[in-house]
Design a protein around this ligand. Structure first.
Ligand code: ADP
Ligand code: MG
Length: 243
C-alpha cells in the first residue's frame, strides 16, 4: 500500500470534521473517494497534504508516518494535490505555468512535460496562451499537468469534472486512464460515470467516517449502497447535482 489512513480525525477550529477515516490506497491504481456534499472528502485530501493536519490517527506514505509534517515537506515526499478550484496562474502562459511547476527539477521533468502534452493535446495547442484565457476544462487540465510534471508518487485530485462540459469530462476521463500508468491517483469525484470509467477501487465517506471501501465494479451492482450514501439511482448511473 502506497498510502494508508488509520482512524484519522481532523478538527477545523472547534468543529470535528473527520471522525474516523480509514482506508488504504494500492500503488498504480485509481482509488475514488465518493460521498455526498459535506461528507468530508475535501478535508480528507487536505488532511493527507497537511493543510488541515489530523488531530489523531496515522497517515502513512510507503509505510512511513507523514501526519503532522508541513505541507511543503509532504509535497516534497511525492504527494501532489490538485485542489477543486483549478488553481493556475492567470497572468502566465500555459508554458510558463508548466515550467514554473518544473523549476529545479531534474532532466526527467522534460520527459514528464512531453508526457503531459501528449496526455492533454489541448494544452499543447495553447502553450503561449495565458492561463486566464483558458476554458474551465483547459484550466483543470493545466492544474493536473502542473502536478504531473513533478515526480509525484501519489496524485490527489479533488472533483476535476466539477462544472465542466461533457466533452471536457470525456477528455479528462481519457487522460486519467493514461495517467494512472504513471502515478497512483486518489480521485474525489461525484460524477459516478467518470468515477467508474477510470477508477478501480472506491472509498465511501459519510459524515466524517469511512463507511465502505472495495472494488468499484462491485459497487456498481450494489444499488442499496449507491442509493443510501450517494443518492444515485443506478438507472442513469449519474448523481444529481442538486444541493
Ligand atoms: N473551514 C471550515 N470551517 C468550518 N467547517 C468546514 C470548513 N471546511 C469544511 N467544513 C465542513 O466540513 C464538512 C466537510 O467538508 P468537505 O470536506 O469540504 O466536504 P466534501 O468535500 O465531501 O463536500 C462540511 O460540513 C463543511 O461544512
Ligand atoms: Mg469537496
Amino acid at each position: 500500500m502506497i498510502l494508508e489512513l488509520k482512524q484519522v480525525k481532523t478538527h477545523i477550529g472547534q468543529f470535528r470534521i473527520l471522525q474516523d477515516i480509514t482506508f488504504a490506497v494500492p500503488e498504480g491504481k485509481v482509488t475514488v473517494i465518493l460521498g455526498r456534499n459535506g461528507a468530508g472528502k475535501t478535508t480528507t485530501l487536505r488532511s493527507i497534504m497537511g493543510l488541515t493536519p489530523p488531530t489523531e490517527g496515522e497517515i502513512l506514505l510507503d509505510g512511513k508516518r507523514i501526519e503532522g509534517l508541513p505541507p511543503h515537506v509532504i509535497a516534497r515526499k511525492g504527494v501532489g494535490f490538485v485542489p477543486e478550484d483549478q488553481a493556475v496562474f492567470s497572468a502566465l502562459t500555459v508554458n510558463e505555468n508548466l515550467r514554473l511547476a518544473m523549476r529545479g527539477r531534474d532532466q526527467s521533468a522534460e520527459e514528464r512535460l512531453t508526457f503531459v502534452l501528449d496526455v492533454f493535446p489541448d494544452l499543447k495547442e495553447k502553450l503561449s496562451r495565458k492561463g486566464g484565457g483558458l476554458s474551465g476544462g483547459q484550466k483543470q487540465m493545466l492544474a493536473i499537468g502542473r502536478a504531473l510534471v513533478r515526480d509525484n508518487r501519489v496524485l490527489l485530485v479533488d472533483e476535476p469534472s466539477k462544472g465542466l462540459a461533457p466533452i471536457m469530462v470525456e477528455k479528462l476521463a481519457r487522460a486519467l486512464r493514461v495517467i494512472k500508468d504513471q502515478t497512483t491517483v486518489v480521485l474525489v469525484e461525484q460524477n459516478f460515470a467518470l468515477a467508474s470509467a477510470v477508477g478501480e477501487r472506491y472509498v465511501i465517506i459519510d459524515d466524517g467516517h469511512t463507511v465502505r471501501e472495495g472494488i468499484l465494479c462491485e459497487l456498481e451492482q450494489d444499488r442499496e449502497l449507491l442509493r443510501r450514501y450517494l443518492g444515485i439511482s443506478p438507472a442513469n448511473g449519474e448523481r444529481g447535482r442538486a444541493g
